[in-house]
Ligand binder design. Structure first.
Ligand SMILES: NC(=O)c1ccc[n+]([C@@H]2O[C@H](COP(=O)([O-])OP(=O)(O)OC[C@H]3O[C@@H](n4cnc5c(N)ncnc54)[C@H](OP(=O)(O)O)[C@@H]3O)[C@@H](O)[C@H]2O)c1
Length: 288
């Protein structure tokens, strides 16, 4: 099996779980220095999704690919064509863009890209399993951890917007299961965490777990746009604002799919925070 995105949040855990299941794994890295984060008993190959021919060596002899796409869209048709030349099956990390909940039905360039790649996979005749997680529980590491460590104030829009954060480890566990267990061809799985929590509640849970009062300071969408100007891509900011704004007044969409596939309950957001608490505590920035 070839795991792409093997050094990322989901792919890195997929690699470990496949090794634990006794599956021979090849891990694709894009930056060769990232290979140091992978276990010694995994075969590492380098390749770049923006340079389709660079994937050939990694694809030789592979039957199944875990596909994570974080590159620009241009080379997706050529890459999926190459996957179909070598492999029989793809498990694709996508998003819930077909789910009829306002949160998932706003303008979203990532959703457009995911839908395009799904169409390419189907047209190439590959057997597929589509994994569609909602908001990752780990997003607060990138969104709030620095502010919480600095002064304990999270300046953020739409505090009342509810999401059901799904633990990246549960996403990886479902992906790994569908990669190494039969019966998931054609599977289309929307994954969420177990509970609907407003963004302000999520901040409050972090405060509870780390034993520190953290203040949620509501920003208007315009204030958020200007605070993130230059440091966040504008399409990402617009996409998030539209999704949060559209979900105000509604609970998040929740599925039982993690339990249905794994036979164990999805991890709660509180559990995720407890397992990553040091990232929110005062002191130097943790390395991961
Ligand atoms: N965050 C969320 O809430 C959320 C929710 C639903 C779906 N998703 C989807 O999840 C996916 C991201 O997964 P993730 O968070 O596990 O990834 P991630 O942690 O952002 O890691 C990105 C991975 O992509 C690799 N990569 C980057 N550019 C590449 C290129 N040009 N060629 C080959 N590999 C490349 C990186 O490899 P190197 O380290 O070698 O550079 C790394 O392994 C996206 O498609 C996103 O839309 C995210």
């Amino acid at each position: 099996m070839l795991v792409t995105g093997a050094t990322g949040r989901v792919g890195r855990v997929v690699v470990d779980l496949l090794i634990d299941a006794g599956v021979p794994v090849r891990a694709l890295t894009h930056r060769s220095e990232a290979a140091a984060t992978l276990p010694a008993n995994v075969e590492v190959v380098t390749g770049d999704l923006t340079v389709p021919e660079s994937l050939d060596a990694g694809l030789r002899g592979v039957g199944t690919v875990f596909l994570v796409w974080t590159a620009p869209p241009t080379t997706a048709p050529a890459v999926v064509g190459r996957l179909a030349t070598y492999a029989r099956r793809v498990v694709f990390l996508s998003s819930p863009h077909q789910t009829p909940h306002p949160f998932f039905q706003q303008p979203n360039p990532m959703a457009v890209l995911h839908a395009d790649i799904e169409r390419l996979i189907a047209a190439a005749g590959l057997e597929s399993t589509i994994i569609r997680p909602g908001m990752f529980a780990s997003n607060p590491l990138f969104w709030w951890a620095a502010a919480i460590r600095a002064d304990g104030v999270v300046r953020w829009p739409y505090g009342a917007a509810e999401t059901a954060p799904v633990d990246d480890r549960d996403v990886a566990a479902v992906a790994a299961r569908t990669l190494h267990q039969d019966g998931h061809a054609g599977g289309d799985y929307v994954l969420t965490g177990p509970e609907s929590l407003s963004q302000a509640e999520q901040v409050s849970i972090i405060g509870d777990v780390v034993g520190r009062a953290i203040r949620f300071q509501e920003l208007s969408p315009e204030e958020f746009r200007s605070e993130t100007e230059g440091s966040w891509p504008r399409p990402v900011v617009d996409m998030l604002l539209a999704a949060w704004g559209a979900t105000i007044g509604r609970p998040a969409f929740i599925t039982s799919t993690v339990f249905d596939i794994l036979g164990s309950a999805p991890r709660s957001f509180r559990q995720w925070v407890a397992d990553h608490a040091t990232a929110f505590m005062e002191g130097p920035t943790p390395s991961s």
